[in-house]
Write a new protein. Structure first.
Length: 304
């Protein structure tokens, strides 16, 4: 029996919570097989594609999707090529290679937009012409991502709580996670307020392009999935606030989260005075791969 994604813990954050008007919960997606919510996405995308052993897959990733696809490629008997940029954590890139993935790192941003994601996607297009019969399942447009988080993440949250949460905070990038959660919430009329947590400098949801240093959330190019995603609110969090909140979570709750998790924690701290009831934070990954970056004082001072 192979280890499949899902059934991750939902834990109460009593120490972080500073109010008696809410119960604060965290959905710990770092407990998926390769360490992030992207395990759900990769599994769903590849299951829908029904590839034969020996297939060649090419994908762009800021890190976690690449790791998840690398692991799935081992189980499916596929060859996986992943295009990353210099912002990807070195530990994450090393993990992809440990699974046998071929990693291609772009060395300069897109010359027209200055964006790294655009550069990565351009390199994917090149690889599809260079590698015979290669396919790109495209995490930025593939609606199987919605299915993964509708039938997986949001279903689990409701079952674990015993009811729908009053508020849900989700970091956004491809918008697959938040889109899937919204699909279930809207279909079942759950009444949950859904709050997108985005990076300052991201173009998602009418954001203004700017410099971003943290991988895993925000976008420099609008993903196709985002066209059908309509959160109730959008919060934009700075890199430094994300780092500070991730460190605070580690020191108060003993939970080491990634950069996007830090942004979600920073977001809920801003909103706590006005929230009531059950508030769920989706923490997309753990923080082990970030110990040399967001948990490293020298890196933070040199980079942010």
């Amino acid at each position: 029996m192979s280890l499949e994604p899902g059934n991750t813990p939902l834990v109460c954050l009593d120490r972080l919570n500073t109010t008696d008007t809410v119960t604060l919960w965290a959905k710990l997606e770092g407990y998926n097989p390769s360490g992030s919510a992207k395990d759900r996405t990769a599994h769903a995308i590849l299951a829908a594609a029904d590839l034969q052993p020996g297939a060649v897959i090419v994908e762009s990733s800021s890190g976690n999707l690449g790791v998840a696809m690398s692991r799935e490629a081992v189980l499916g008997g596929w060859t996986f090529h992943c295009v990353v940029d210099p912002r990807a954590n070195r530990a994450t890139v090393a993990t992809m290679r440990a699974y046998g993935a071929v990693v291609h790192e772009v060395t300069a941003p897109d010359p027209e937009t200055g964006d790294w994601l655009a550069a990565r996607r351009a390199r994917v297009a090149e690889l599809l012409t260079e590698l015979p019969d290669a396919v790109c399942l495209d995490q930025y447009s593939n609606k199987a991502a919605f299915t993964a988080h509708d039938e997986g993440t949001m279903r689990e949250i409701v079952e674990q709580l015993g009811h729908a949460p009053d508020h849900l905070l989700v970091a956004v990038s491809t918008t697959g996670t938040i889109g899937g959660c919204l699909r279930r919430i809207n279909r079942e009329g759950l009444g949950t307020e859904v709050i997108a947590v985005d990076a300052e400098g991201s173009v998602l949801f009418d954001g203004v392009r700017g410099t971003r240093h943290l991988p895993g959330f925000g976008a420099g190019v609008m993903p196709e999935l985002a066209a059908s995603v309509h959160p109730d609110r959008v919060l934009r969090i700075t890199d430094r606030d994300s780092v500070a909140a991730a460190r605070k979570l580690a020191r108060t709750e003993g939970i080491l989260c990634g950069a996007s998790g830090g942004a979600v924690v920073a977001g809920v701290e801003k909103l706590l005075p006005e929230l009531t009831g059950d508030v769920v934070l989706i923490l997309h990954d753990g923080g082990t791969n970030y110990v040399d970056t967001i948990y490293n004082d020298d890196w933070v001072e040199e980079t942010l």
